[in-house]
Design a protein around this ligand. Structure first.
Ligand code: SAM
Length: 276
């Protein structure tokens, strides 16, 4: 692989490839960043990696070196000849040229044997959250997700109570995963250079999940609690049994004048289970 912006651009020109903004195409052209992501992800010969959006293969190439297999999903068929050339030395990868949001991942996983399933990717930023939601909702039992995302979005994923970024999405994701930042990434390592800063975040599957009496009730409760961020729980949770909500809040020295942004995951679980 050739990692300098000029070399990458030259190669892409040879194949008459034009970047498509609407597909979020910003390719990494810095080998150090790629090495850091792959090394910190902990991918090894027991791992099947899913990569969403291999682009020209900058990350795929290093993943192929470390992983047992790499299963890629790429929406842009124009990248096929470029990927084939850049990855010609590897046979442990497959690229499915489809929109990741529409694929049946479980079906695609059937032919693979692996001990650990990781997702490692520099995500197309326009669909970061739908991609993460699909990974969770398709129930593929992923052990770890290591993804490059827009900084503001990553901050929301890992936000803690009391922070301005804390939202129902933070709680939903943190119900399943321990989320932490692995590193900041400068705009200058991409071709073309994006307008936003990026971070790499890691989602590690929680070994045991907090016990929920009713999952739907919990997920509706967190969504409704944040419906209007500035409002109190009393206002946002009008359709709920507020007496019961307050019983739990009182145990934690709070009342219904509290805002959702002050309530931890554990406390939301306790409220939801008491409402059941
Ligand atoms: N992994 C490459 C890298 O780091 O250099 C490219 C990353 S680029 C930010 C995002 C990639 O996702 C692009 O190759 C783009 O074509 C692809 N992509 C965009 N939308 C997609 C979708 N819905 N399904 C699969 N791939 C998608």
């Amino acid at each position: 692989m050739e990692y300098s912006p000029t070399k990458m651009q030259k190669k892409l020109n040879e194949k008459q490839f034009n970047f498509k903004k609407n597909f979020g195409q910003n390719f990494i052209v810095d080998e150090n960043i790629i090495n850091s992501i792959v090394n910190k992800s902990g991918v090894n010969e027991d791992t099947l990696v899913i990569e969403i959006g291999p682009g020209a293969g900058s990350l795929t190439y290093k993943l192929c070196e470390k992983a047992k297999n790499v299963l890629c999903y790429e929406i842009d068929i124009k990248l096929k000849p470029i990927l084939e050339e850049n990855l010609k030395n590897y046979s442990n990868y497959e690229v499915i040229y489809q929109d990741f949001l529409k694929v049946n991942i479980n079906e695609n996983l059937k032919k693979y044997e692996y001990k650990k399933l990781y997702v490692v990717a520099n995500l197309p930023y326009y669909i970061t959250t739908p991609i993460i939601m699909k990974i969770i909702e398709d129930n593929i039992n992923v052990d770890k997700i290591v993804v490059m995302v827009q900084k503001e979005v990553g901050d929301r994923f890992k936000a803690q109570p009391g922070s301005k970024d804390y939202s129902s999405l933070s709680i939903f994701l943190q119900y399943y995963f321990e989320i932490s930042k692995i590193m900041d990434v400068s705009k200058h390592v991409f071709l073309p250079k994006p307008n936003v800063d990026s971070i790499v975040v890691e989602f590690k599957k929680k070994e045991s999940l907090l016990k929920l009496e009713d999952n739907m009730l919990f997920f509706n409760l967190i969504r409704d609690s944040f419906k209007q961020k500035r409002k109190t729980l009393r206002n946002n949770l009008k359709g709920y049994n507020l007496e019961k909500v307050e019983e739990i809040l009182k145990k934690h020295n709070m009342d219904l004048s509290v805002r959702a942004e002050q309530i931890s995951l554990q406390l939301f679980v306790e409220i939801a289970n008491h409402l059941k």
